[in-house]
Write a protein that binds this ligand. Structure first.
Ligand code: ATP
Ligand code: MG
Length: 255
């Protein structure tokens, strides 16, 4: 469904140094890794928001970068994106924000009953009551609701793939569990393939069929949650449990 082939990207220093990974149809794959290791950068290459220096991404076999504008538009329609920090437009209502997730052509018909219906459907799918929320500005919402509006925006175009960048960061445990349940719901009900970038390892273990650990621009580990928990690699262990993380932290402080 998604293939990253030898992705390289550098800014001042190398960020991604040869990432190759395949995500199967219907799968939910989580990406974990230290801050600043290129998780968001990798995610943004998926639908062409960011061009790698080398390598190619394939969506259902079609290259994202080595293709015409038409193909890229078609690919973008297949991909919903939940941005880090929710990234809603403060001056737009919830309705207008969710409309942003529609392909350009459809978004132009913002006042049509069909668009209204789809926006309402998307909000209901993330447990938000359209009647209460459509005309509200993001500033009036709680953090958990904002994240869910971000989810609604990502699914309103009925994508085949949904990319989540830190969907639960900054949420309390209950709201975080709600978002995790919604991600699984969306995966199962809408039959989407999902990639979830997260710092919440419990979430990753709970919702995904496979976990990838990105470190120093390379994939250090790819495997099932069970394999992740059993891994003997100290870096994986540092993510899998707090004790191991403390041991690694102490070593760094000693150096
Ligand atoms: N537009 C940019 N210009 C320059 N450097 C950038 C740009 N975008 C990302 N970087 C750098 O690339 C590196 C990886 O960034 P990225 O946002 O992908 O990290 P991340 O793994 O998502 O981190 P976090 O977990 O904190 O979100 C960072 O060092 C960042 O400073
Ligand atoms: Mg990030």
């Amino acid at each position: 469904m998604i293939e990253y082939r030898d992705i390289h990207k550098a800014y001042d220093t190398p960020v991604l140094s040869g990432v190759s990974l395949k995500v199967e149809p219907g799968e939910c794959l989580s990406i974990v890794g230290p801050s600043g290791t290129g998780k968001s950068v990798l995610l943004k290459t998926t639908n062409g928001l960011l061009r790698p220096d080398r390598g190619e991404v394939f969506i259902e076999g079609e290259p994202v970068f080595n293709s015409g504008r038409r193909t890229l538009e078609k690919i973008r329609r297949k991909v919903g994106y939940v941005f880090q920090y929710a990234a809603l437009f403060d001056s737009m209502t919830v309705y207008e924000n969710v409309c942003q997730g529609l392909p350009d052509g459809d978004a132009r018909h913002r006042h049509s009953p069909e668009v209204l219906r789809r926006v309402c459907e998307a909000l209901e799918a993330v447990n938000l009551e359209p009647a209460h929320i459509l005309n509200v500005l993001p500033a009036e919402l709680s953090g958990g609701m904002r994240k869910r509006v971000g989810l609604a925006r990502a699914i309103v175009g009925r994508p085949r793939i949904v990319l989540y960048d830190e969907p639960v960061t900054g949420l309390d445990p209950v709201n975080s569990a709600v978002v995790s349940l919604l991600i699984t719901d969306i995966q199962e009900q809408m039959k989407v393939t999902s990639i979830v970038v997260t710092h919440d390892i419990e979430q990753a273990l709970g919702i995904s069929q496979r976990i990838a650990l990105l470190e120093h621009g390379k994939l250090r580990f790819v495997g099932t949650p069970e394999e992740f928990k059993q891994s003997q690699d100290p870096v994986v262990q540092a993510f899998a449990n707090r004790q191991a993380a403390t041991a690694v932290a102490l070593k760094i402080m000693e150096e």
